[in-house]
Every structure is written in C-alpha cells, then in structure tokens.
Design a protein around this ligand. Sequence first.
Ligand code: SF4
Length: 357
Amino acid sequence: MKITRRDFIKNSLILGGSMLLGRSSLFAAGREKEQWHPAYGRLEQEGELAQRVGQAYSIFEECRLCPRECGVNRLGGELGFCRSTAKVVVASANAHYGEEVSLVGDRGSGTIFFSNCNLQCVFCQNWPIAHKGLGDQVQDTRVADMMLHLQEIGCHNINLVTPTHVMPNILNATRIAYRKGLRVPLVYNTSGYERVEILKILDGIVDIYLPDMKYMDAEKAAKYSSGASDYPEVTGDAIVEMHRQVGVHKLDDRGIAMRGLMIRHLVMPNRVAGTRKFVRWVAENLPKSTYVNIMHQYHVAYRAFDYPEICRSITEKEYLEAMEWAEECGLTNLDPRSLLLREFYTRRGGAEMPGAP
Ligand code: SF4
C-alpha cells in the first residue's frame, strides 16, 4: 500500500477539503446505495426494542453488564467497580470533529460522553470524566433529547463514548428518541472490555461498533487497567461478536460510515500495546478488509507519570514500525489519516518525537 507523491498530495487535499467544503466523496469502495434505515428502527417496528430495554434494565439488579461482574444491585443504589448507580451521568453532548473522517463528515459526530468507566486505565486520556465522574446525572429522557438535538444540528451519528456500564439507559433513550424521530446510526464507542452475552442484547440495535484493542498481553492489561488481566481474551471475543453483528465498515455515497466495525489501537511507548500481535490477531480472526485505526496520539496523562515505561510520547519510529507490521499482515483498510501520517514520517526519516528519551 505504498503512496506515491501524487497520491499523498491528492489525499491531503481531500482530507483537508472534507472539513472545509463538506460532502466530498472520500471513498470509492464499500459504498451503500440502497435506502438506509437505522438498525434500532427495524427492531422497534418488530416490537422487539421494548423487550430488549426491559432485559437490559433487569441486569442492573445484579450487575453483570461487563466482565467485572460485580453482582451489585444498582437499581437499589449499590455501587460496583464503575461507581455508577442505575442513573446515567453525562459529561457532555456535542458535535465532535476529532473522530475518524467517516464518522465526522462535514457536520460532526454527535458525541455523548458518559461519566465513569468499567476499565479505569492509569493512562486515561479522559480521566476527569472516566475516573472522577465529572458530569450531570440525568434521566434517560434527557439523553433521548440530547440524541435528537445532535441529529437536528446535522450530526451524522450518535457517538456513545464509554457506554458499557450505562447500556440499559442508552437503549431506553434510543427507543424514546426513535419514537420522536431519531434516524441516524448509533456508534458504540467502547474500550472493548465487553461481555459477548451482553453484546447480544445490542444485536440489531447498534449500527457501528468502535472498540479499542488496547493490549494483547494479560500482565500489561492487569498492570495498566486496574487488574483486568482477561482484557486481551475478553476483548478479542467481543470484537469477533461485533463483527458478526455488523460486518465490515460500510459507507454511504457521501463517504459517511453507516454500519460496520471500526477498531482503534493506540500505539504505546516501548511496545506496551503489543501492536505486532494485535495486527496479526486481526488478520487471523477477521477479514483483512476490517477497518483498523493505528493511533499515534498517546500522551502522558493521569497516573502514567508513575510508570517510567509509558511516561513519554511514542517516537516516529515506533509509529512507523506499527504501520509496517499492519501492512505486512495484509490489512487493507487502514485509517486514511494514519496512512498519511506514515507517509509524512517516512519522508521526515522517522525521527524521535519531542519528549522521547
Ligand atoms: S458495569 Fe459496573 S457495576 Fe456492572 S459489572 Fe461492570 S463494573 Fe461492575
């Protein structure tokens, strides 16, 4: 997947232009021409969505929504590892332009940030929200209003950030919003630390899964994500289930994502994230056309200062080797901005980044 100088300039103009000009056709492959309906709409019409909401809410009584399986009664106010009751806390709801290009389009991704988290990583980039729980407690009806507002201002999707521990509230809000006119795709923007059994409740509701795959090594997962040594195995199974439900990344004729799986992998310093193993795992367990975003933007945050091996940004060399491994494995649908960044670093000669030792 070598990029010629001409391709590099053309792609740069297209990506830059997508923010300024809007409605550009970014991708030739994978477009869907047929009339599109949100997955949750079909389920509501079949009378199934209300039943799923009830099923999800009943899990709050003995919470096993995520692999922590705390077993606490959140409806009764008990708190588990994620420190959340059955009431949802929202930190913000805005059009967001920092996500993948196919989610952002020209009107933004309608992002709702849920407070608290079931994974609790020491390097969390959103720690005031995920660890400290900053935000306002709201009713599910208010979340439905936020979804409708985001659709009204033109957002291409509803991007649910850290949804795992509040999945029942999200389903309830989606049903309320659908009955009031919500028609854009739901993006399930998760750490990946999910139970397959719980994901099956979302089958036919979520259009786009956007999971992280943070590490491939149990010891590292335990060390940096609060004892979650089962993260690599559990998340692998979860991602396979997500793919079973929604398939590969699909775009409409504007280049906007409408359905499918989009995996994020953040490259960490000193190969902590196990990138080589990750890309091999994708190649062996999913179609090679699976959308993969190899992300470069790791920065030292929260308690990462206490861990010398992750207390710096990554180097350009570390990013280039990650991209090379992805291509060696034959992955054919790497995030377009990651390809441009690789090209840029290659032309600069793979230097050290500021802050690297
Ligand atoms: S969602 Fe929260 S309370 Fe429920 S199992 Fe996970 S960490 Fe525990």
